[in-house]
Design a protein around this ligand. Sequence first.
Ligand SMILES: Nc1ncnc2c1ncn2[C@@H]1O[C@H](COP(=O)(O)OP(=O)(O)OP(=O)(O)O)[C@@H](O)[C@H]1O
Ligand SMILES: [Mg+2]
Length: 255
Amino acid sequence: MTSIAVSSQKGGVGKTTLSINLAHAFARVGVRTLLVDADPQGSVGHSLTRQSRLLSGFYDFLLDPSLPLEPLMVATRLPTFSLMAAGRASEYDVGGNGSHLARVRAFLRGVAASGIQICLIDTAAGLFGISGDVVAACDAILIPQQAEPLGIRSVPKLLEELDRLRITNPRLNVLGVCLSMVQADLPESRGVAAALRQVLPPGWVCETQIPRDALFVRASARGLPIGALEEGAAVQALFDALRDELAAKLSHHAG
Ligand SMILES: Nc1ncnc2c1ncn2[C@@H]1O[C@H](COP(=O)(O)OP(=O)(O)OP(=O)(O)O)[C@@H](O)[C@H]1O
Ligand SMILES: [Mg+2]
């Protein structure tokens, strides 16, 4: 199994949107995929399942690691795609660096034992506390970044925090930064990719970019990945391209 944390320092950069649609892209080509909501606010559950507040999930397992994992996995219409809600996050102390590592690792071992091939974890913003420990326990991290010039200013801090997490997890595979909400009609937005390539290590900026598109709002209002909308095929093709790009990076890293 490969575990991928979808994380960022900043909030509202498109983590949840990317997680849902990328997970769907893996699942639709037959990869057994689990999308885990590790955001205490429960955003994945919120967008994809109406009764998510009632579901047990990730934090229930952290509270009680003797819980069996399979009943926490919610089936979707795609047999290869399952979800895990955040669950009872309000009863779990999400603070402190390193204090969750053992439990998150036990969680990932359990998920791997259930036959899942890709485990995508949508985290809350920030690379500290539980979100930092999820990254430090995962095989890889994918970092969405909003395609706005201001975002570039936070890059030095991002690199610093990743260095800190790599002390705990030297094998962490940085899949890179994926630009989200790109506005192709604005030169300022188009220019962000080039500017990021100058300040990030070679190969970190993903070739695939996610455009700003009203369809994302429509899909999330209906509780669906974009590819499940009739008009979503073109955007789904981008997530398929991102999936293939990341799969190549993962196999390169492994080999
Ligand atoms: N490519 C896009 N085009 C248009 N709207 C988008 C796009 N990506 C995300 N959004 C919208 O932007 C908002 C923030 O996106 P999202 O919730 O995915 O970010 P996040 O990083 O998970 O936020 P948080 O840090 O709060 O968890 C949402 O309302 C979402 O619908
Ligand atoms: Mg989110």
